[in-house]
Design a protein around this ligand. Structure first.
Ligand code: ADP
Ligand code: MG
Length: 243
């Protein structure tokens, strides 16, 4: 469903040039939950941003559903793949109601039955009709993240890129959102790439995981290996031992 080959990205120029991704490669099967872990600054978010089309100056090759990704965001990419950010305000406009946030992508893509689609999607993410005309500041963090997930799903994509989707939430709410993501995936056969610094989340939700260090993938393993002592790479072991 997703292949990334020798992905590289630098910021800055001349002597200030900073190589942030180096020979990053992995592939994700349809319906798989693929984790990306690694310490802060290792390049996890940058990988997702390249896939989502938020950067265009990358080198290498990326493809989704057999189609090579170009440097510009196109309609087809939006239909197939959406991103959810750590902070729901990454995808929600503070002065747009939930209804506006969910209707907008449907209007852009000239879909029919917009009102009914919005209603169904809210139910799907566990929000009743009373949320429909609320603004982001009139909801809790967990409710806002549910709306951000609803917005990501409204065009019925096949892939979600999830960048620390629960890191900004209270612990009790984190579990609710993770359960929702697990449910949605089981029901709709979605493919996820999930960035997290929480190895517990990886074990709970991911099938496989790639470990990043300083812009490179240094290890790829079944996520079960993280909990049953199967991790052998020294850097991966150090992450396991630290938790
Ligand atoms: P992670 O998500 O693993 O914490 P990021 O992908 O956000 O890491 O960042 C990787 C590295 O790239 C960091 O050193 C960060 O400072 C740098 N970086 C990220 N975005 C930019 C940018 N827009 N301009 C310059 N440097 C950036
Ligand atoms: Mg990040």
């Amino acid at each position: 469903m997703i292949t990334v080959n020798e992905l590289a990205l630098s910021f800055g120029s001349g002597g200030q040039r900073n190589k942030v991704l180096n020979e990053v490669g992995f592939s994700v099967k349809e319906g798989e939950v693929f984790g990306l872990v690694g310490e802060s600054g290792s390049g996890k978010s940058t990988v997702l941003r390249c896939l989502a089309g938020l950067y265009s100056h990358w080198e290498g090759e990326m493809a989704i559903a057999g189609q090579p990704l170009g440097r510009k965001i196109d309609r087809e990419r939006c239909r197939l793949m959406q991103m959810v950010f750590q902070d729901p305000y990454g995808s929600l406009h503070p002065r747009h109601t939930v209804d506006t946030a969910l209707s907008e992508p449907l209007k852009i893509h000239k879909m029919d039955n917009i009102g009914e689609r919005v209603r169904q999607m809210l139910l799907k993410v566990g929000l009743n009709e009373s949320f429909r005309y609320r603004y982001p500041h009139q909801m809790s963090g967990g409710q806002r993240q549910r709306v951000a997930i609803a917005r990501a799903l409204i065009l019925e994509p096949r892939i979600l890129l999830l960048d620390e989707p629960t890191s900004a939430l209270d612990v009790s709410v984190q579990a609710e959102i993770l359960n929702l993501l697990a449910e949605l995936r089981a029901r709709d056969g979605l493919t996820y790439i999930l960035v997290t610094h929480d190895l517990g989340v990886v074990v709970h939700l991911c099938d496989r995981v790639a470990v990043m260090q300083q812009g490179r993938i240094v290890d790829t393993l079944d996520s079960a290996s993280l909990s049953n002592g199967g991790a052998t790479h020294p850097y991966t072991r150090s992450l396991v031992d630290a938790t």
